[in-house]
Design a protein around this ligand. Structure first.
Ligand code: PEP
Length: 258
């Protein structure tokens, strides 16, 4: 299937970085650089909750979309410190990162809560970016495919065919996140292709072919073009390199050309 029929998506994951004035400055710098990607590559900045309102207002009228970095699965109630999907939608947020390995590692996220958050996001009209990926030890034990298949099945349990087409999957090998160790383009392609074949088994081939699958893990200005040239790598989820306008733009331009 022709990769170009899927939406190419480059998303920055800012993590716990940037106060509001810095967020404004970074987005003001990114906007003109990536304007030519409109209609070719979806460009997203996933920012801390405290930056969402600023980010939405700064990017208004541009082709930069704004995402949150997490969402709770309940609609409202006694969940101190949490943010609901409806609250994000009301602000104008379009995307949300769910199940990032840092959430799984430090905040007790499980495939069950990732699944609940994914369904809550979709029900509210948000587009989830669902992160999956194996630990280094799991790769060394040769169980990468088992780990990924399990995450895909559990994280997307009960998500309809229509909804999965609105869902972005980010393949992020945990050993490559923030470590400077990138999966080779062949490793990224192998697992992204495996994710697509798993989706085809759960849904059908046409549905699997419509889902955008990103690679994430130390993607940067130097390695993006090769990673994005692979047939099953439809985009990137970018941490560190998304905090520098020029580097982020180089990755976006690689996707425009890829
Ligand atoms: C991420 O936060 O999803 C990520 C891939 O980080 P980095 O690009 O810094 O490895």
């Amino acid at each position: 299937m022709n990769k170009s029929v899927r939406k190419a998506i480059i998303a920055g994951n800012w993590k716990m970085n940037k106060a509001r004035p810095e967020a404004k400055e970074l987005l003001e710098a990114i906007k003109p650089l990536v304007a030519n990607a409109e209609g070719k590559v979806e460009v997203i900045a996933c920012v801390p909750f405290t930056n969402l309102e600023t980010a939405i207002s700064v990017t208004d009228g541009s082709n930069v979309k704004i995402g949150a970095e997490n969402v709770h699965f309940e609609k409202s109630g006694a969940f101190t410190g949490e943010i609901s999907a409806d609250m994000l939608v009301e602000l104008g947020v379009e995307y949300v990162v769910i199940g990032h390995s840092e959430r799984r590692q430090y905040f007790g996220e499980t495939d069950e809560t990732v699944n609940k958050r994914t369904k809550a996001a979709l029900a509210a009209g948000l587009k989830p970016i669902v992160c999956v990926g194996e630990l280094l030890w799991e790769r060394e034990c040769n169980i990468t495919e088992e780990v990924i298949a399990r995450q895909i099945k559990l994280d997307l349990f009960d998500v309809s065919k229509e909804d999965v087409k609105k869902t972005v999957i980010a393949y992020e090998p945990v050993w490559a996140i923030g470590t400077g160790k990138t999966a080779t383009a062949d490793q990224a392609e192998e697992v992204c292709g495996f994710i697509r074949s798993t989706l085809a088994k759960i849904y059908d081939q046409a549905t699997a072919d419509a889902v955008t699958i990103q690679y994430g893990g130390s993607m940067n200005a130097g390695n993006a073009a090769e990673l994005l040239s692979k047939p099953n790598v439809d985009g990137g989820l970018i941490g560190g390199a998304s905090l520098k306008a020029a580097d982020f733009n180089t990755i976006v331009q690689a996707a425009v050309e890829g």
